[in-house]
Ligand binder design. Structure first.
Ligand code: GDP
Ligand code: MG
Length: 455
């Protein structure tokens, strides 16, 4: 690119809504059609995200005759919406997503998590559209595979149209109760004030063209500034995962800038800031299952916006939901370490100062916060002496082993794995590990243990 010339990056879109409304299926629908057609320059499955390149958007929306208006290189849709760390990101007001899709099941209307998602989007001032999904379930729906919804609607019987209008009116009223003005996208003349509803089917693909086009058009129309590509690194850790053969890795979304192999990075870590060097930058192999070995493509460098897996040393205690910084020339590493730890201070303050208490290990910052909150409630009231995120390692056992009271020589492991080495060490040193995927179960186990000790 010429210097000074403005280029846009891909808008980042999050997909949210109540469970079973069709979030995953909508993404499947966007991807599968493409795989079936075997197009070049197709959609790629990324780490925690799906990338839809501009050519594909053009192809998908050509019947809508809007291709001249496309300026972004593509659209990156984040598909880990139900994930704890994502929830955590959302509530932290991170600048990760530019735009959202709020999915509503046309047969069910607004449901509890629809409202929760709606409030999160509003809290963060994130623009969004409503996908009114499962229109194919309207009685008598005539499938028009992957057609624009405008065209598909014209094919429907009077009965289907009536049922659709009835349900749409109800849902608009439900949104109104939540203080939100919504309107069918084709009738919406006050975009911005009024949110657009696009009817879709993730099964037969009707409405997907309009859904994609509306997202891109809206992003291009209202957030040029935000979407102007910047060299300044903006990167968020979505997940920390241990991968066989790779060790602890972090899955990140790179919003701006370029990451290189060998870049020096600073990440928020559970036991303090992590200062390390990028060993490899990976994305999944297009046609391979994520679990297959050697399924990754290595990159020398990657430009935003992308979903990437990073391997480096010392990442096992990295904290999902926090920022990643690259140490640039003239950057003060100490300062970067300070700012990277900002998110953690609140959680750290929950650790008991007395030096006595159990050890708590959870999968993400979000779930750890929930667990600490629970342990603090008067009915439970278990002191916490140490905390961690990710798998339980030997060093965690060593720390728990230093507790004098038997009841505190324990680790409450929430939704995490225990390494065999750690388990062996625990067995040999009188440390008890409680493992559960539900917070209350952990408490029940721990309580039963205490009762037994007292006997
Ligand atoms: P999520 O929990 O929001 O990710 O929902 P899923 O994508 O897993 O879908 C939940 C269920 O609804 C699955 O059985 C899907 O096959 C079904 N489903 C999703 N979208 C549609 C749709 O547009 N039409 C119909 N008939 N079923 C759908
Ligand atoms: Mg899902």
């Amino acid at each position: 690119d010429k210097e000074g010339e403005k280029t846009l990056r891909s808008p980042i879109c999050c997909i949210m809504g109540h469970v079973d409304t069709g979030k995953t299926k909508l993404l499947d629908c966007i991807r599968r059609t493409n795989v079936q057609e075997g197009e070049a320059g197709g959609i790629t499955q990324q780490i925690g995200a799906t990338y839809i390149p501009a050519e594909n958007i053009r192809e998908r929306t050509k019947e809508l005759k809007a291709d001249a208006l496309l300026n972004v290189p593509g659209l990156l849709v984040i598909d880990t919406p139900g994930h704890e760390s994502f929830k955590n990101l959302r509530s932290r007001g991170s600048g990760l997503c530019d735009i959202g899709i709020l999915v509503v099941d046309i047969m069910h209307g607004l449901e509890p998590q629809t409202i929760e998602s709606l409030n999160l989007l509003r809290m963060r001032n994130t623009e969004f559209i409503v996908a009114l999904n499962k229109v194919d379930r309207l009685y008598g729906w005539k499938a028009c595979r992957n057609a624009p919804i405008g065209k598909a609607m014209k094919q429907q019987s009077k009965g289907v149209k009536l049922e659709f209008d009835h349900r749409l009116t109800q849902i608009i009223a439900q949104f109104k109760e939540q203080g939100l003005n919504t309107e069918l996208y084709s009738k919406n003349k006050e975009r911005g004030e009024t949110y657009s509803i696009v009817p879709t089917s993730a099964i037969s693909g009707e409405g997907i063209p309009e859904m994609i086009l509306l997202l891109v058009q809206w992003a291009q129309k209202t957030m040029i500034e935000k979407l102007t590509y910047s060299n300044e690194i903006q990167c968020t850790v979505l997940e920390v995962k241990v991968i066989e053969g790779l060790g602890a890795t972090i899955d990140v979304v790179l919003v701006n800038g370029v990451l290189h192999e060998g870049d020096e990075i600073v990440v928020c870590g559970f036991q303090g800031p992590i200062h390390t060097t990028i060993r490899s930058l990976l994305t999944p192999h297009p046609m391979k299952e994520l679990r297959v070995k050697g399924a990754y493509i290595h990159h020398k460098e990657i430009k935003a916006a992308q979903g990437i897996k990073i391997t480096a040393q010392n990442l096992e205690h990295a904290v999902a939901g926090t920022a990643l910084y690259v140490v640039g020339p003239g950057d003060d590493v100490k300062e970067l370490k300070e700012s990277v730890m900002d998110d953690m201070r609140n959680v750290m303050s929950r650790v008991d100062k007395s030096g006595e208490g159990v050890f708590v290990q959870a999968s993400t910052l979000g779930s750890l916060e929930a667990l600490l909150e629970f342990l603090k409630t008067p009915a439970v009231s278990i002191p916490v002496n140490g905390i961690g995120i990710g798998p339980v390692h030997k060093k965690d056992i060593l720390k728990a082993g230093t507790m004098k009271k038997k009841e505190y020589k324990t680790i409450l492991a929430f939704d995490v794995k225990v390494t065999p080495e750690a388990q062996e060490h625990a067995d040999n040193n009188g440390v008890t590990i409680f493992i559960a995927h539900i917070i209350y179960h952990l408490f029940d186990q721990f309580k039963a243990y205490i009762d037994k000790l007292k006997e």
